[in-house]
Design a protein around this ligand. Structure first.
Ligand code: HEC
Length: 119
């Protein structure tokens, strides 16, 4: 019985610390929401973009959002608007923003039933 309790505790600790720190996107969604105000002008308050030329961020994989924001920040990916938006963001800001947008409901879907002649 005692062993079992110990095993469960160790497992809980491994989950809390081990896997938690291994994730690239361990940001805080609540903090991300507070930081997202400037982003919402284009990406929308629901994270799905105010027009088709503004990509939907809602429900996107957090690791992807972290990756691409770093690419805009260091210039690997060039876009006049987003290079400027990402420039002042810290690693923590990026993680928090990624956690926030990825936690929002996605409107993305596949093309099932939308292609003429398909199903
Ligand atoms: C003035 C409008 C505008 C604002 C404000 C803005 N963005 Fe963007 N964002 C864009 C446009 C346009 C693109 C597409 C750029 C491209 O084609 O590379 C984009 C692309 C992105 C992408 C890549 C999406 C993908 O699918 O690859 C991310 C992530 C992103 N923005 C996050 C943010 C965050 C976080 C903020 C706030 C700090 C922000 N944006 C503010 C216009 C904006």
């Amino acid at each position: 019985m005692r062993h079992r309790t110990l095993t469960v505790s160790l497992l809980a600790a491994a989950l809390a610390f081990g896997f938690g720190t291994a994730s690239a996107a361990s940001g805080n969604a609540a903090n991300g929401k507070a930081k997202a105000a400037p982003c919402e002008a284009c990406h929308g308050t629901n994270g799905n973009g105010i027009a088709p030329n503004y990509p939907a961020l809602a429900g996107q994989y957090p690791d992807y959002l972290v990756q691409v924001l770093h690419e805009y920040k260091d210039g690997q990916r060039t876009n006049a608007i987003m290079n400027g938006m990402a420039a002042p963001l810290s690693d923590e800001d990026i993680a928090d923003l990624a956690a926030f947008f990825s936690s929002m409901p996605s409107k993305l879907s596949d093309l099932h039933g939308k292609i003429s002649g398909g199903n």
